[in-house]
Design a protein around this ligand. Structure first.
Ligand SMILES: C=C1C[C@]23C[C@@]1(O)CC[C@H]2[C@@]12CCC[C@@](C)(C(=O)O1)[C@H]2[C@@H]3C(=O)O
Ligand SMILES: O=C(O)CCC(=O)C(=O)O
Ligand SMILES: [Fe+2]
Length: 355
């Protein structure tokens, strides 16, 4: 069974696209990080998803997982927004807080210590810039730490004698998030009337694709000219995100523009990734989102990505095709193949597998 790390091995990045800025040593915004004032959005999806407005007055639905109508509410949120905030999700709030604290400790370290765990050019894990970096003309005001399975190898490079707690918490977080992601996947499949055994038997498999991304957005001297995380869609099936109390996440909605996702300490943000967009035959939108930064507060987030095993073949399910008058919208691809297409083409990936 191929792994996520193997999927990225043939797609090496250059070191300048991996090594983050030393944010502690800059007093003003370097030109390398100063974004053009307009057109932030046109860098993705070939500029085809345009829109206006600042999303004032609208916000993604907040859903209680214990609500008797949770399936219907989640399904409708996926259709209308591709995202929602989830309350009563079952993940202990103290675990979330502890994971956020570990992220804060990690990113507060001096650069030379974080760089010991720098992601390698063909690697999937460790410290570095976001993978999407090479697709944009400017660098993002962001640093990340990616975990796939046990973070032990990377954590030991940073804390040779003191990585046990970090590893325990990250592994526990992944375990609990996997259960929630699988529960949400079953709920959404049910909403889409997908019951065929061979289509759903991967749910719960030990080989499912999963990763945790710790994100940090330091305070920025010129926030209006900088970009925390550039507009992108997440690649896998579902992303479950914890955001700290500092605002910044925005979702693009046709007709409304950029809609802020307000931090809610009791909720997790769930968003549809490209693979669910494909499986739903585009009934669920692929959610373009970005992160803005601010002058005074450091933002942290913890994203958990979940999807089928990398060898799994993804295609629009028959029930979703019947619901859609335009027929089958995407050809079948393995998850590994889609990851490679996305890594080479970013926002064009979906149109490259369109029928
Ligand atoms: C599992 C993964 C999804 C991700 C690529 C990665 O291998 C680990 C980091 C993830 C992340 C986080 C920031 C935004 C994003 C687009 C990126 O550049 O790295 C996502 C990737 C993704 O969804 O493709
Ligand atoms: O920091 C955030 O709110 C968003 C992070 C994100 O989009 C990602 O990790 O893919
Ligand atoms: Fe994302």
């Amino acid at each position: 069974m191929a792994t996520l790390s193997e999927a990225y091995r043939d797609l090496p990045l250059s070191l300048r696209h991996i090594i983050p800025l030393d944010f502690s040593s800059v007093g003003s915004l370097p030109d390398s990080h100063a974004w053009p004032q307009s057109d932030h959005f046109s860098f993705v999806n070939g500029g085809s998803c345009t829109g206006s407005g600042d999303g004032a007055g609208s916000s993604i639905p907040v859903i209680d997982l214990l609500d008797p109508n949770a399936m219907e509410l989640i399904g409708l949120a996926c259709e209308n927004w591709g995202a929602f905030q989830l309350r009563n999700h079952g993940i202990p709030l103290n675990l979330i807080e502890e994971v956020e604290l570990e992220a804060k400790h990690l990113f507060a370290l001096p650069p030379e210590q974080k760089l010991k765990a720098l992601r390698s050019p063909g690697g999937a894990t460790g410290y570095g810039r976001a993978r999407i970096t090479p697709f944009f003309p400017k660098y993002m005001w962001h640093e990340g730490f990616t975990i796939v399975g046990s973070p032990s190898d990377d954590a030991k490079k940073i804390w040779p004698n003191d990585s046990v707690r970090f590893c325990y918490l990250m592994e526990e977080y992944q375990k609990q998030m996997k259960v929630l992601a699988e529960q949400l996947t079953r709920i959404i499949f049910k909403f889409l009337n997908i019951y065929e055994e061979e289509k759903i038997n991967w749910i719960g498999s030990a080989n499912n694709l999963e990763a945790v991304q710790l994100n940090s957005y330091p305070p920025c001297p010129e926030p209006n000219r900088a970009m925390g995380l550039a507009p992108h869609t997440d690649t896998f099936l579902l992303t479950i995100l914890h955001q700290s109390q500092t605002t910044g996440l925005q979702i693009f909605k046709e007709g409304s523009g950029w809609v802020p996702v307000h931090p809610d300490p009791s909720a997790l943000v769930v968003n549809i990734g490209d693979l669910f967009h494909i499986i739903s035959n585009a009934r669920f939108p692929c959610v373009v989102h970005r992160v803005t930064v601010n002058r005074t507060h450091q933002r942290y987030s913890v994203a958990y990505f979940h999807g089928p095993p990398v060898d799994y073949v993804v295609s629009p399910f028959s029930t979703t095709v019947l619901d859609n008058k335009s027929g089958v919208r995407f050809r079948a691809v393995t998850v590994k193949e889609y990851i490679a297409i996305k890594a080479r083409n970013l926002g064009e990936a979906l149109s490259l597998i369109s029928t």
